[in-house]
Design a protein around this ligand. Structure first.
Ligand SMILES: Cc1cc2nc3c(=O)[nH]c(=O)nc-3n(C[C@H](O)[C@H](O)[C@H](O)COP(=O)(O)OP(=O)(O)OC[C@H]3O[C@@H](n4cnc5c(N)ncnc54)[C@H](O)[C@@H]3O)c2cc1C
Length: 392
């Protein structure tokens, strides 16, 4: 027998659960079914760094995520042989995704949202009246619309026939003990010291089954040239006196947001990594939650009008903080990882106020106008100095 609901959300990660929570907040009458292919608690390969901005979205709904977290008060950048540390209280946290995603799903279930795990979307068919969804357990569903929140390898994108996406990153990570030279445990480290790498290595403090460990990894943007993230991580670890062969490597891909890319079609909306996240750093959890915050009221309006063309979804995202942040980071990524890298390395340490603004944005605190003005001044001064140098 075919079951009918208003909305099916494919994927019970942060984008899917956040969308379900925000739809419910905007209109509790909409019947939503979240289908999650895996069974909670399910692993997601991820370093688990989340800016406090993401929690502000959930706080507005009164949603608490009850799981272990390492609190962050500083970000360290290694660049051109220097380490630049910016301190700010409560920037964000590091979680284990196996715990965080389960806790977030439980918070949605506690509010009466139907989240079915161990039940994936196998196929979708779109017609004038709605969407027919076939699950991998053989069930048939009908809905007025479907949200693809099924991540980088999701089926909704493929089944609905969206064009292939270009911006891809390769990411590899593992957990080790602390070593001499590590930053304090309230600090995340982004290491950009390898000039020829379109990406970076990281050290994030983490808790593995309650034990303090460090998640280390390498993020490599494939679009800027093939590279081997695992080999890069090996080099990074050996420089810190760690033997890569001793640790279990976990590798996965990421999809970057592209300006102008299609992220909707009639009755189908993409959110989170299915749509695309920040290509410059690979940050995607906060963005996934924010996609949900934008999608919730957007979908509620569509149900109000009973119109599901979704033709202005990309423009709606672009007009929101989420879209502006993705756009700025997209502009930065080629500049930062491109041929002007030596100049970038000279300029960046002279821009502490811009770092502060970027971290305030991550933390979701209102941007300090003073830091913005100082940042703009520092940038112009550094740019003028660079102009007077011979080209690299
Ligand atoms: C190694 C690595 C490290 C990272 N570190 C960070 C970090 O520190 N901070 C950060 O912000 N981001 C990080 N990211 C990115 C982040 O993990 C993702 O951007 C984020 O998880 C996206 O959330 P999402 O909900 O869109 O997708 P996902 O978290 O991937 O969730 C998608 C869900 O859909 C389910 N699913 C898949 N197919 C189907 C189907 N057919 N039917 C139903 N369900 C389905 C999956 O099981 C999954 O639960 C990292 C990524 C990698 C690979």
């Amino acid at each position: 027998m075919t079951r009918t609901v208003d909305l099916v959300i494919a994927g019970g990660g942060p984008a899917g659960i956040s969308t379900a929570l925000h739809v419910q907040a905007a209109n509790p009458q909409i019947s939503t079914l979240v289908l999650e292919k895996a069974r909670y608690p399910r692993e997601k390969i991820c370093a688990g760094g989340i800016g406090a901005r993401a929690f502000r979205w959930l706080d507005r709904l009164g949603v608490q995520v009850d799981c272990p977290m390492v609190k962050l008060d500083a970000v360290a950048l290694r660049l051109g042989g220097q380490t630049i540390v910016t301190r700010m209280p409560n920037i964000g946290v590091v979680v284990r995704r196996v715990e965080f995603d389960h806790a977030l799903a439980k918070a949605a279930i506690a509010r009466g949202i139907e989240v079915r795990d161990g039940c994936g979307v196998a196929a979708i068919a779109i017609d004038d009246d709605g969407v027919r969804v076939t699950t991998d357990t053989g069930e048939e569903l009908r809905a007025k619309a479907i949200v693809g929140a099924d991540g980088v390898a999701g089926v909704v994108r493929k089944q609905a026939g969206f064009p292939a996406h270009k911006l891809r990153a390769q990411v590899v990570e593992l957990d080790t003990e602390s070593v001499a030279g590590d930053q304090p445990r309230d600090t995340v480290v982004f290491d950009f010291d390898a000039q020829d790498l379109a990406g970076y290595a990281w050290d994030f403090p983490t808790l593995v089954a309650g034990a303090p460990m460090v998640c280390r990894g390498a993020y490599v943007i494939r679009t800027l040239g093939p590279d081997d993230a695992k080999a890069r991580l090996g080099t990074y670890l050996r420089a810190r006196g760690l033997d890569p062969a001793r640790y279990r490597h976990k590798q996965y891909a990421e999809r970057g947001w592209e300006p102008g890319a299609e992220i909707s079609m009639p009755r189908v909306l993409l959110v989170g990594e299915a749509a695309g996240i920040d290509i410059a750093t690979g940050e995607g959890i906060g963005q996934a939650i924010e996609y949900g915050a934008v999608a919730g009221p957007y979908l509620a309006r569509a149900f109000d009008r009973d119109v599901f063309r979704f033709s202005d979804w990309a423009a709606t995202v672009a007009g929101h903080h989420l879209g502006r942040q993705l756009w700025i980071r997209h502009q930065c990524y080629k500049w930062f990882y491109g041929p002007k890298r030596p100049a970038v390395e000279r300029v960046m340490p002279r821009l502490p106020s811009l770092f502060q603004v970027a971290i305030e944005d991550f933390a979701g605190v209102p941007l300090s106008k003073l830091a913005l003005m100082r940042g703009a001044g520092q940038f112009l001064a550094a740019y003028a100095r660079e102009k007077m140098r011979p080209d690299d």
